[in-house]
Design a protein around this ligand. Structure first.
Ligand SMILES: O=c1[nH]cnc2c1ncn2[C@@H]1O[C@H](CO)[C@@H](O)[C@H]1O
Ligand SMILES: [Zn+2]
Length: 359
């Protein structure tokens, strides 16, 4: 029997891979677009929601990413960034998320004259306002930023410096995102080198649209602490008709070193990285006890929440709340936060929260 959505919403969850500019409410986009004079493909909230999902479901990552022009257009001022960040936190908390890392690329929010610092501070203040609003309603949530550098552009070193500058002011780490093919992560070695010299944390979108070489580069040449998606690690695993699966050296490294995989089931089906939820590599990777985490990627483009992602994989793979607890503890262990906080999150929030639900 699969786990009901209500129980999943009540469970304390951890979200590691969630794009701020992929998680706006359609109603907010419509309101802000009217304010800034941006033309949208639909002006009814339900239609706009459908438009995002359909346009993002073509099987191509590049087309998926094109939809972001409509969210980026309404995230160009401090007031708008603040509002989007605040609502993002409130929506996560309403879904039962207790800790999240919200990623976004400051370099894409400078069209109206903001400096990267102003943009980061607006998001910081918006996230904090959202957390405060949740506390006022009796819910505790921590949401911090991951600053993303776009892989086709050349601002990554500057963004990495920003991530280090704000590391004690709401920024958890750094990420590289954007179209993968033709833009290997090694183009950004300068940024990664800077982060490592400063003992900072970073994840890299790798092994999504492109396969093993991208994962290998992200880990062995760039030094990533986690893999954004990493789902193509499956290409280094052979499943014979008889006997146990065989891991190649890269897959073995990922599993042995407990490298966190930020899997995003719905998004992977939309971009063609997986053919369906039922055939998603999460099943095999979980059986083999990789450090699997479950994530939304973009709540708007996938019309999803973390609870809904869990509902889908629970149904497809017959997972129960114990499994959801395992994924959640994996995510808490992999968070870019202090060891003390992660331990407290696991022992004082996650385990008791799941125990209340009988897991
Ligand atoms: O799944 C993904 N793969 C690669 N890039 C992505 C994905 N989702 C979003 N973005 C990119 O990350 C930027 C900053 O948040 C977004 O604007 C989008 O271009
Ligand atoms: Zn992503």
């Amino acid at each position: 029997m699969s786990v009901g959505l209500e129980a999943l919403q009540a469970a304390p969850k951890v979200s590691l891979h969630d794009h701020l500019d992929g998680g706006l409410r359609p109603e907010t986009i419509i309101e802000l677009a009217a304010e800034v004079g941006h033309e949208l493909p639909a002006t009814d909230a339900r239609e706009l929601r459908r438009w995002f999902v359909e346009s993002a479901s073509s099987g191509s990552l590049v087309r998926y990413l094109e939809t972001f022009k409509h969210t980026l257009a309404v995230m160009q001022t401090q007031v708008h960034l603040h509002r989007v960040a605040r609502e993002f936190v409130e929506d996560l908390a309403a879904d039962g998320v207790v800790y999240a890392e919200a990623r976004w690329a400051p370099e894409q929010h400078l069209l109206s004259g903001l400096t990267p610092r102003q943009a980061v501070e607006a998001v910081r203040d918006g996230l904090e306002a959202g957390a405060q609003a949740c506390r006022d309603r009796g819910r505790t949530i921590i949401v911090r930023q991951l600053l993303t550098g776009m892989r086709h552009a050349s601002a990554s070193r500057e963004i990495a410096e920003l991530a280090v500058d704000y590391r004690h002011d709401g920024v958890a780490g750094f990420d590289i995102a954007g179209a993968e093919a033709g833009h290997p992560p090694t183009r950004h070695l300068d940024a990664f080198d800077y982060l490592k010299r400063n003992n900072a944390y970073f994840t890299v979108h790798a092994g999504e649209a492109f396969g093993l070489p991208s994962i290998w580069e992200a880990l062995q040449l760039c030094g990533a602490n986690r893999l954004g998606h990493g789902v193509r690690i499956i290409d280094d695993i052979t499943v014979p008709d008889y006997g146990p699966p065989r891991l190649g050296d890269l897959a073995a490294y990922v599993r042995n070193m407990r490298i966190p995989l930020e899997l995003c089931p719905s998004s992977n089906v939309q971009t063609g990285a997986a053919s369906s939820i039922a055939e998603h590599p999460i099943g095999l990777l979980t059986d083999l006890r990789f450090r699997v985490t479950v994530n939304c990627d973009n709540q708007l483009m996938s019309d999803t929440t973390l609870s809904r992602e869990f509902a889908k994989v629970c149904e497809a793979f017959d997972y129960d709340l114990e499994d959801v607890r395992w994924f959640t503890i994996n995510a808490a262990k992999s968070a870019f936060h202090s060891f003390d906080l992660r331990l407290a999150l696991i022992e004082e929030v996650i385990k008791p929260g799941f125990a209340r639900l009988g897991a």
